[in-house]
Design a binder for this molecule. Structure first.
Ligand code: ZN
Length: 143
């Protein structure tokens, strides 16, 4: 199954013009994620203040899905509390693994809804969730 064209445009845009792909100064946490089945690598840098994600950025190499997913994820988590961001991770990972998404989920996932059809492409699921799993690990270490 192909991604619908509007969604593939979102992915292409974030992949070719990522707004969050750089290094932070003095990150609080740095975590690496690797998806060997595709060769995707992500390094996530986070800065927390008072339980809130103040800054986040990533660097990495890999397929368009893995890199666009990281970029979109960071747009969504900035300014969120650690707990809100964990809920976001769980919701996104659930969606990509084929769980049913309701209206409330759609609202919090926002642009990340673009990845919904990945659930029909099992080989790409690991690409889409790489950044989110990496983030989830980083956040759980902060609790
Ligand atoms: Zn990939």
């Amino acid at each position: 199954m192909e991604l619908s064209s509007i969604y593939s445009q979102i992915l292409t845009e974030h992949n070719s013009h990522p707004s969050n792909k750089y290094h932070l100064k003095d990150p609080t946490a740095v975590l690496q994620g690797i998806n060997p089945s595709c060769g995707d690598e992500i390094e996530l840098e986070l800065k927390f203040k008072d339980g809130i994600i103040k800054e986040a950025a990533f660097t990495g190499i890999g397929c368009a899905i893995s890199q666009a997913s990281a970029d979109i994820m960071i747009d969504l988590i900035l300014g969120k509390t650690i707990k809100e961001a964990i809920v976001l991770c769980e919701t996104f990972i659930g969606m990509v693994q084929g769980e049913v998404i309701d209206e409330a989920h759609r609202e919090i996932l926002d642009e990340a809804i673009a990845f919904q059809d990945i659930a029909h492409m099992p080989a790409r699921v690991k690409c889409a969730i790489l950044a989110w799993r990496t983030l989830e690990n980083a956040l759980n270490q902060q609790l």
